[in-house]
Design a protein around this ligand. Sequence first.
Ligand code: SME
Length: 162
Amino acid sequence: MTPLKQLSRQNKQHLYTELEQRIAALTDGESDQIALMATVVCELHQSIDYFDWTGFYRVVDSHLLKIGPYQGSHGCLQISFDRGVCGAAARTQQAQIVEDVNIYPDHIACSSSTRSEIVLPVFDKHRHLIAVLDVDSNREASFDTTDCHHLERILNATFTRD
Ligand code: SME
């Protein structure tokens, strides 16, 4: 396995381009959000070796997230918008990239092996926040702007369709 540090931007872009195409094909014609979440999580988690926990937290009321489809060890069931990396992504509606969770204030550790994390807001076609996508890695500094850009593309293509 190529050590992650040596995974160049070009390699990541190629990986994500193929993923975008596969997810588009797998979800073609589907509009049910849970079905879409389950398919996206499954494909992302199985395709990228530094994704050690991959899942959605759904917006269930104005300031609360509840767990949705995920792959990996057990995740906490609910998260307030005031807590953790997921809450920050929901509150700010901005992607959060955490290179070292051990120095992130108020990080919620669902697994002691997590070292880095990326969380992105998920919007529907009306630009309403419907969830956040949370990805944990057991390696430090796994995520960068290339991951963020391509994950945003996948989420927009999947959840803003008519
Ligand atoms: N680390 C997240 C909580 C979710 S578990 O990682 C699956 C956070 O700080 O919001």
